[in-house]
Design a protein around this ligand. Structure first.
Ligand code: SF4
Ligand code: SF4
Ligand code: SF4
Ligand code: FES
Length: 600
């Protein structure tokens, strides 16, 4: 790559052809004020806070949108530039209602407010316009107060370039310009918004805000914990903001090699902005009703009820969300419980047999020019992967073929989408036409590809790609840590009735860990409630209340995602850390510790 040399504020700075003046200056440790710029997004050049003087050019230029030229002499700070920046800020403050004390971003979280302090704005020379603009509170988790908007378009570009949804745009002209949702709709009525919250993370002011975080504490004053989202096998990096031992907000970790700051709605909101009823104390069933007891009493009740049972009569059914460390405990306690199964999604057990080779998947997604999704639905389960696919289709013209038994939000972006029924010769001809000439195809398969129809479709597909250009094949499971747990020897079970029938069980311990619905998904298999009722003794270990509680003789409170520590291994084979952001609620304990105290 051609290198460039510039003089910025008297300092010789090296850069590469194609870099902007701002990028070269930032890399050389020279700070230039910005507002509409975000390094992850394409340049916009809208706010003019980043103006600099370039030798030979009469007017200041926006450094974020001006390519660095070899040999140029740049000045980033002088009295004239500061005067113009101050003028820009005054105009921004005059246009809309920026009364900071009643804004959720007040006290250090707002880039506009901070710029105002930095440039000494204590009043403005222009009349305030203060139009009465609407506030859209219809979003599931976010709100948009147009009165705080500075039209920097960071939200619009983020939604377009990172989430790939292009829900947002600019409507109207001049002073009437406004961010619009879909075709001037609302977040609540939007048909394209995925509720990922990426636009909120990008907004420099209080215009876009998280409804559950607003006025719960300034982020600048919160403690921050970097941990990993355990809602799916992608394992996105999270930054959890806490104050007084409660979560104020959750953002993506920009330093994570997996998601680079981006999250889907599950990791961004559902874990904390959706209220879940916690179980905080051990309980034992007496005279038909569950009653709170001390830990020792609950453990004694389990030992007493299972003392006479042989190891083959005791079953342990664990969630695929357990940590790698819990897997070590399971190996240790194996002699005491011979039937250990891990419940996974429908058809997922076959995926667990083959954990696949560890590799970086995101660069493949970033470069792919065609995607075939077979039995996988990342729009529902692994939103950050879906975002990469949407961006590739919309921004880079990548092709998309969707084959699945159920419909997906990604169908709207697909060249071909089929429910995998009646796939005739003409259909495969269409698929081949779509994939023809594609040099970097990616085939992503999920649990629903693990059926006889799915395997037949996979064989057909592999012959459909150009002979000299086979696809990168990526397995995308549904259950968070199922691949690692199965590699550690825990048997994956996707037919629970058969698992119950395969051993002469008299007692079962369901370890649901911190599953969002308290493990109740096992009741989706019709016969499972009957199998549990037929047991002489049922122990339930879970963080959240669910219908399963009614079937249990002893209930043990487990840690939730924000309290857990240890590691999980994502679908790329990366070992990722879980770090506690909160102290355990009530008497909740770590899953591995509980298992060890009963069976070791
Ligand atoms: S929440 Fe996500 S999809 Fe919806 S407008 Fe914001 S960035 Fe776009
Ligand atoms: S809503 Fe926020 S990010 Fe979007 S244009 Fe307005 S100020 Fe910028
Ligand atoms: S893609 Fe998966 S790991 Fe990432 S935020 Fe969404 S649910 Fe969490
Ligand atoms: S940051 Fe460059 S114009 Fe806004």
């Amino acid at each position: 790559m051609k290198t460039l040399t510039l003089t910025i504020d008297g300092k010789i700075c090296a850069g590469a052809a194609g870099q902007t003046i701002l990028e070269v200056a930032t890399a050389s440790g020279i700070e230039i004020p910005t507002l509409c710029h975000m390094k992850e997004l394409s340049p916009w050049g809208g706010c003019r806070m980043c103006i600099v003087e370039v030798g030979g050019i009469a007017k200041p230029v926006p450094s974020c949108a001006t390519p660095a030229a070899d040999g140029s002499v740049v000045v980033t700070k002088n009295e004239r530039l500061d005067r113009l920046r101050k003028l820009t800020l005054e105009l921004l403050f005059s246009e809309r209602n920026h009364i900071c004390p009643i804004c959720p971003m007040n006290k250090g979280d707002c880039e506009l407010q901070m710029s105002g302090y930095k440039f000494g704005i204590d009043g403005i020379r222009f009349p305030y316009l203060y139009p009465a603009l609407p506030v859209d509170l219809t979003g599931k988790y976010l709100g948009l107060d147009h009165n705080r908007c500075i039209l920097c378009a960071r939200c619009i570009r983020t939604c377009d370039e990172i989430e790939g949804a292009h829900t947002l745009d600019l409507g109207n002209r001049g002073v009437k310009s406004q961010v619009i949702v879909d075709l001037n709709s609302t977040f609540g009525a939007s048909t394209t918004c995925t509720h990922c919250g990426a636009c909120v993370s990008a907004c420099p002011t209080g215009a876009l805000f998280d409804k559950n975080a607003a006025f719960h504490g300034a982020l600048k004053r919160c403690a921050q914990v970097r941990t990993t989202c355990a809602e799916c096998p992608v394992g996105c990096g999270l930054v959890v903001y806490t104050m007084d031992d409660r979560i104020v907000d959750v953002f993506g970790d920009g330093d994570s090699p997996v998601n680079r700051g981006h999250l889907c709605v599950r990791g961004r909101y559902e874990t904390w902005a959706v209220k879940r009823e916690r179980l905080t104390e051990p309980m034992v069933r007496r005279n038909g009703a569950l009653a709170p007891v001390a830990w020792d009493e609950a453990l004694a009740a389990i030992r007493a009820a299972t003392r006479g049972l042989k190891s083959g009569e005791k079953g342990l059914l664990v969630s695929g969300r357990l940590t790698n460390e819990a897997a070590e405990t399971l190996a240790k306690i194996r002699p005491s419980v011979s039937s250990v199964g891990m419940y996974v999604a429908e058809n997922e057990a076959a995926m667990c047999g083959d954990p696949g080779a560890a590799r970086d998947v995101f660069p493949l997604l970033q470069e792919a020019d065609a995607f075939v999704l077979l039995g996988a639905d990342p729009a529902r389960l692994q939103g950050v992967v879906a975002a990469r696919i949407r961006v590739a289709v919309r921004k880079r013209g990548a092709k998309l073929v969707m084959l699945n038994v159920r419909s997906s939000d990604l169908d709207a972006y697909a060249d071909i989408s089929s429910r995998m029924v009646g796939l005739e010769r003409a259909f495969w001809k269409r698929v081949a036409d779509v994939l023809k000439g594609r040099r970097k195809p990616v085939l992503i398969y999920g649990p629903n590809a693990m059926t006889s129809l799915g395997v037949a479709a996979m064989e057909k597909l592999l012959k459909t790609f150009d002979a000299d250009c086979g696809p990168s094949v990526i397995g995308l499971p549904a259950t968070t840590n199922a691949l690692a747990l199965s590699a550690a020897g825990v048997e994956a079970v996707d037919d629970l009735s058969r698992w119950f029938a395969s051993a002469p069980l008299r007692a079962v311990h369901v370890c649901a860990a911190d599953e969002p619905a308290g493990g109740a998904r096992i009741l989706r298999e019709r016969e499972v409630a009957g199998c549990l009722k037929a047991m002489e003794f049922v122990v339930l270990q879970t963080a959240y209340f669910s219908r399963l509680v009614e079937l249990a003789d002893v209930v043990l409170p487990a840690l939730a995602w924000s309290e857990r520590s240890g590691t999980i291994t994502n679908f790329e084979g990366r070992k990722l850390p879980l770090r506690p952001a909160l102290t355990p609620r009530g008497q909740a304990r770590d899953d591995a510790d509980i298992l060890e105290s009963i069976y070791a």
